[in-house]
Design a protein around this ligand. Sequence first.
Ligand code: GLA
Length: 391
Amino acid sequence: MKILRLLPFFLALPLAAQQQRVALTPPMGWNSWNHFATRVTEADVRGAADAIAASGMKDAGYVYVNIDDAWEGKRDAQGVIHSNEKFPDMKALGDYIHSKGLKFGIYSSPGPQTCARYEGSYQHEEQDAKTWAEWGVDYVKYDLCSFRPIMNAAAAKDPEHAEEIKFKLMKEAYDKMSKALKATGRPIVLSLCQYGWNDVWTWGPEVGGNLWRTTDDIRDSYLSMSQIGFSQAGLSKYAGPGHWNDPDMLEIGNGLMTAEEYRTHMSLWCLLAAPLLAGNDLSKMTDETKSILLNKEAIALDQDPLGKQGDRVWAKGALEVWAKPLSNGKVAVGLFNRSLEAAPVSFKLSDVGAKSGAKARDLWAHKDLGALKDSYTSTIPAHGVVLLKLE
Ligand code: GLA
């Protein structure tokens, strides 16, 4: 009897264990969308892989080389998906990426078309998962897009239960791809992209998501980046090893924010234990961009093995303090100034879970600040940040 009662637990174990195998820390790498959008070519992707290996990014932890939308071609008579003329040989591209010690990611939609109107995986889920596994794919971003009309059509037949029906269909679509990917036997990260609808953080893991977008698309502007980043307050309890909140890819190095603003972007994403997917042209990075993307002390916060997302601990007007618990009782603290003028920001050590006497290090100045007493104050530049580690 007892054994029978335990049976569901044993049956569930391999699936859960498998889901936990990938993305034990937030995925790091590069994605083509923010810079190349639909213009992306195989040469751009190879160039990104080369740059990751040569620039020190690989050593800093960036491993996924992800093609976003616009690689897709047509299906053949057997329904097998092919890449378009910009991507002559996906298997060879995957091999090239792997030869650099990196991992290969692509993109699709549960609908018949992707957001940029390329071929989606609707009714070809198992077949596509197999094809991708044959190409050596390690990461799939699955973007809702044209699945929405399918949800809406089903809901229109039963207006009284419209929301329930749409929600159920959406969850089933993600679950279906998750199962199809698992059936390939290849460990593949599944990235859910449905812009945070229906509080995806509450059910993302249930449908096999290793990460899920929490908002609409980011743009290369302080307004967009800060609205998305600071709106993540309250979501920390939903993240952990194998399943992460995703406030979208990085814009660092794309040119429309100042260095101070990009440091805010990087600091906030690291405190959020967010996926760190660079979204710039890696073959043309300034030293300033490199100093931000390659700040190993900031990256270490993001990748801390405890896997806890940080959260807001204090805010007053445009000033905010965020803290992220780290392994071995350490803690990361970000002091942010969202206003257009420099301003002092303070925090009490007790408010961030640290003890009086904790030693602080400034992770952008790369300087030890010595032991702190009960509180700390620093003048933060406009749109800027001071990022600390306390131990
Ligand atoms: C959506 C996603 C973006 C990107 C594009 C591609 O807008 O949210 O991240 O993948 O589609 O078309």
